[in-house]
Design a protein around this ligand. Structure first.
Ligand SMILES: N[C@@H](CCC(=O)N[C@@H](CS)C(=O)NCC(=O)O)C(=O)O
Length: 235
């Protein structure tokens, strides 16, 4: 059976990492059997130093996009085979926009904002003994700050990051309209990515300013709630 290396449920979400949630939901939607191996320590063994990665009977694949390619190829688990060529091309670009842009606003709202940091610190590092918990938390936060600065999102003011995220959410809301899924009646990989990214704001128990803004987009809230009720009733 496939092993999915993850962080484990947190903040009322299947996983604090939207990329892990993406793979978790993709496998649930396509009926691929898997087992979640949840441990923050998985990061140390991850081939690209990021989660998720999977172990499929000894075949190790890292990065959510390559994992989905693998699931399509090896397990004939394809959520996109009903899209026409133009829809598939749009879905691919839209998905990457969430992965590479909206994602970093989520990171900013959790790891950079001082009001939310104590909750993040407690969730990820409180199981370590003192003083290692404080030290490791400080190092992890500073590594994340370095990454977000390197990406460029970290160079913006809080207000600008909030504006970037809101613009993304507003566009998603317009595209979804009142349809069940973004491309119509049936889900595709883009819906999985959208669920993963948007639910990390709409369904999260974290009370960030960005989460409050996201919850104002009613169709996005019901989209994420509907999928969560179907695939994650335990949450
Ligand atoms: N391109 C990767 C991104 C994965 C990613 O950024 N994972 C984050 C968690 S959301 C991570 O493991 N970060 C830890 C780190 O960079 O130290 C994918 O699509 O899987």
């Amino acid at each position: 059976m496939i092993k999915l290396f993850s962080f484990g449920p947190a903040f009322g979400l299947p996983d604090p990492s939207p990329f892990v949630t993406k793979i978790n939901l993709y496998m649930k939607m396509t009926g691929v059997e898997f087992e979640s191996i949840s441990d923050v320590g998985n990061l140390r063994k991850a081939p690209k130093a990021k989660l998720p990665y999977i172990d499929d009977e000894g075949e190790i694949i890292a990065d959510s996009v390559f994992i989905i390619d693998h699931l399509k190829r090896k397990h004939v688990a394809d959520l996109d085979d009903w899209l026409d060529e133009r829809q598939a091309a749009s879905a691919q670009l839209l998905g990457k926009s969430l992965d590479e842009n909206l994602y970093w606003t989520v990171v900013h709202s959790r790891w950079i904002k001082d009001d939310v940091w104590p909750t993040i610190e407690k969730q990820f590092f409180s199981s370590l003994p003192f003083p290692a918990n404080k030290l490791v938390a400080k190092m992890a936060r500073s590594a994340t700050k370095k990454q977000i600065m390197g990406h460029g999102m970290g160079k913006h003011s809080d207000e600008e990051v909030h504006e970037i995220a809101t613009r993304n959410l507003n566009s998603l809301s317009i595209l979804l309209e009142d349809k069940p899924y973004f491309f119509g009646e049936q889900p595709c990989t883009f819906d999985v990515t959208a669920f993963a990214m948007v639910s990390s704001l709409t369904l999260s128990t974290l009370e960030t300013e960005l989460n409050h803004t996201a919850r104002q987009f009613k169709n996005l809230v019901s989209f994420t709630q509907r999928i969560a009720e179907q695939y994650y009733p335990e949450l």
